[in-house]
Design a protein around this ligand. Structure first.
Ligand code: NAG
Ligand code: NAG
Ligand code: NAG
Ligand code: NAG
Length: 639
């Protein structure tokens, strides 16, 4: 095969396992990527990465965001054989020393078959999962022979279509509106829902490895833990529960006594537990009463963001292994009670208390910071968080059409005091409820909740974006089969997701809300599907009106909590100039600007909104004129 030409072999020295319970070998460099017919081949690829970025960086395609490239590059996501291949060699002695070797792939995007030394070891179909294959030692070659790991992707566009074709009934919306120029049936896949276009974003069905890939050499044992910290009782900020889940992996299944020590060294806190293991992989739940004197974690504007390092040490067979996470102590309560009028027709309140203090939420919705996740740098995120803090925000809503954000996002939110309203990744669609889909969602929720629950910034879990509204107010013309879709809705968000969330992260840690917008308790009383999820008197509201004069406060509703509202504006010239070529393109109604507008009639709406209060510019210099148009759309939005 031609590919041999490119094969870059890696000689690896794994640090000694002697005396160590486990160690890790990262496979993040030197991947080779090729497509179905081998016409495209790229050596020396570093992950996380995806094909658009890989091909752009290696000079084989233009910047995907330039001009009409979203249309021109569609063939990339239709290719049914993108393959990421990795060759590595292992030291014989080190491999022998390990009692078990596991392989972890953190976020495979999305439909792929994974081969180790030509043997199929895993099929993936959910981007939001981490895949850990517990013992692959028997498949590995040592003594300087080459091991080959291959991840073969199939086209997400074709897979989505075939999943929809074989589903027993319609799963609307089949396709996005034409103006979005997107692919169809993303709701059939557990994949970033906006990757098949959105009303704010382009159609780039990503294919790639979004997270690290590594081998773990388990000499004796390995472990990881999840932890939530919450008050023992509501309104009591002196007595806390440290709620840990420790997952221990061993190479053998023999009875074994172990010790689990939890430490917060800064305040000399230590707790020790003796446990007995019986299985190879075992999860142990540990609830620790904690009442030392601590400093609380507060949202931006309400106090300091004090974090503590919590260490968990597992001791077994005379060996010990330490892992740590940063935690914060704060309480969260969602208050839904009769308003001061006590009149039923005024509905219920809907606001949050953090550390028993009423919080006025001020913030924004958060979509992925780049359509290509691997391009998001820490500096870029830090800059965005700094901007949020400096504009007095205290909350960001991680919107359900994107991704469960990367670790660094939540670290920054903790550090800057930005609360996070965390949607689960379902948006603007009906979803399948066949057993395989529900099982995949259960695993996803278990994984993500345990990955994230130690972050004090996370304020609330919410089941989805706008799906209650879509079903209740019949966006898809499915009234005649209402009962079927109503049942599907409850099965997914109420009967599948909610119990998994509450099993690992109880309501005292943070609440679970079925949707956004929703009437909250008001929806619950209507069997989770409110007649009007947009009722101002209950829950949260999404509000859009592109016709009104948005500079007149009287035109806005007064809901209990506004979780989405606003109007469009253009990005600044510094951003746009990366996608625009000529002065021809520079107008709010040029072909290119219209092409990039994914909301029907959106550019005309921006003009009309500006004209409510200002005059549109009419400079004969196209560039100057466009700059003024941009400024006015931003002024209109800012006001
Ligand atoms: C491979 O990529 C790395 C990082 O991008 C670079 O430093 C190195 O020079 C490349 N090696 C080859 C052989 O191209
Ligand atoms: C993966 O999918 C293929 C094709 O559908 C199937 O034959 C195979 O058994 C699956 N393998 C695993 C490990 O799930
Ligand atoms: C745990 O076991 C050790 C000895 O194996 C013993 O000294 C200690 O008291 C035990 N701790 C608890 C909390 O039971
Ligand atoms: C804009 O689009 C129209 C209709 O497709 C086409 O006739 C026209 O040539 C385009 N103009 C430019 C400058 O590309």
């Amino acid at each position: 095969m031609k590919l041999l030409f490119f094969t870059l072999t890696l000689f690896l020295k794994i640090f000694s396992l002697n005396g160590q319970a486990s160690s890790q070998l990262n496979l993040d460099t030197n991947w080779i990527v090729w497509n179905q017919n081998f016409r495209i081949q790229v050596p020396n690829v570093t992950i996380p990465n995806s094909i658009h970025t890989i091909l752009h960086q290696s000079g084989q395609i233009e910047d995907p965001l330039f001009q009409y490239n979203d249309l021109k590059l569609r063939y990339l996501s239709l290719d049914d054989g993108w393959t990421f291949s990795q060759s590595f060699r292992l030291d014989e002695q080190e491999t022998k020393n390990a009692n078990a070797i596991s392989l972890t792939l953190d976020s495979v995007d999305t439909m792929a078959s994974i081969f180790l030394n030509t043997q199929l070891i895993l099929n993936t179909s959910n981007q939001f999962l981490r895949h850990k294959i517990d013992d692959i030692k028997s498949l590995l070659k040592s003594s300087n022979q080459e091991n080959v790991l291959e991840v073969k992707f199939s086209s997400p566009v074709k897979q989505a279509k075939s999943a929809a074709d074989s589903y027993p009934y319609r799963m609307p919306p089949e396709c996005p509106p034409k103006v979005q120029k997107g692919d169809c049936q993303i709701n059939m896949l557990r994949k970033k829902q906006c990757s098949f276009s959105w009303d704010w974003g382009p159609n780039f069905p990503n294919i790639g490895l979004n997270g690290p890939v590594y081998l773990t050499f388990v000499n004796n044992f390995d472990f990881e833990f999840a932890v939530s910290v919450y008050p023992k009782q509501r309104h009591d900020l002196n007595n806390w529960i440290i709620d840990e889940l420790v997952t221990i992996r061993r190479a053998v299944a023999t009875a074994q006594n172990i010790k689990v020590i939890t430490k917060i060294e800064e305040i000399n806190f230590e707790n020790s537990n003796n446990l007995t293991l019986n299985k190879k992989i075992e999860q142990k739940s540990i609830l620790i009463d904690f009442s030392d004197s601590i400093d609380l974690w507060w949202p931006n504007g309400y106090g300091e963001q004090k974090m503590y390092e919590l260490k968990v040490i597992v001791e077994m067979n005379g060996q010990s292994l330490t892992r740590w996470k940063k935690i914060g102590f704060r309480s969260v309560q969602l208050v839904q009670e009769l308003t001061p009028s006590k009149k039923k027709e005024h509905g219920l309140t809907f606001y949050f208390k953090v550390n028993d203090v009423d919080i006025f939420l001020k913030g924004s919705n958060w979509i992925p910071a780049d359509v290509f996740q691997e391009r998001i740098t820490r500096d870029y995120l830090t800059d965005l968080f700094n901007s949020a803090k400096e504009s007095y925000m205290n909350v960001l809503r991680v919107w359900g059409g994107g991704i469960y954000e990367l670790e660094h996002f939540y670290d920054l939110a903790n550090e800057y005091g930005i609360l996070v309203w965390q949607d689960f990744m379902f948006a603007c669609a009906a979803y399948p409820t066949n057993p395989e889909f529900l099982q995949s969602v259960e695993k996803e929720v278990e994984y993500q909740v345990n990955r994230l629950r130690h972050h004090p910034c996370i304020l609330i879990w919410a089941g989805n974006n706008e799906n209650e509204a879509a079903i209740s107010t019949d966006w898809y013309g499915i009234k005649d089969q209402k009962e079927r879709y109503f049942a599907d809705y409850r099965k997914l968000y109420i009967d599948t997701i909610r119990p998994v969330v509450e099993k690992y992260d109880p309501a005292l840690s943070r609440p679970y809300l079925s949707s956004s917008p929703t009437n909250g308790l008001g929806s619950e009383e209507q069997n989770w599907l409110a007649k009007n999820p947009y009722d101002w008197n209950y829950g949260d509201l999404h509000f859009y009106d592109y016709k009104m004069n948005s500079w007149d406060p009287k035109n806005f509703p007064l809901p209990r909590l506004m979780s989405e509202f606003g109007v469009q504006s253009l990005p600044s010239m510094s951003t746009l100039s990366k996608c625009f070529l000529s002065e021809e393109d520079m107008d709010l109604q040029s072909n290119l600007t219209e092409h990039r507008q994914h909301h029907g009639n959106g550019n005309q709406e921006m003009i009309d909104e500006i004209k409510n209060n200002l005059e549109m510019p009419s400079d004969s210099d196209r560039r100057k004129n466009f700059n003024r148009q941009i400024y006015l759309t931003q002024l209109n939005q800012g006001k």
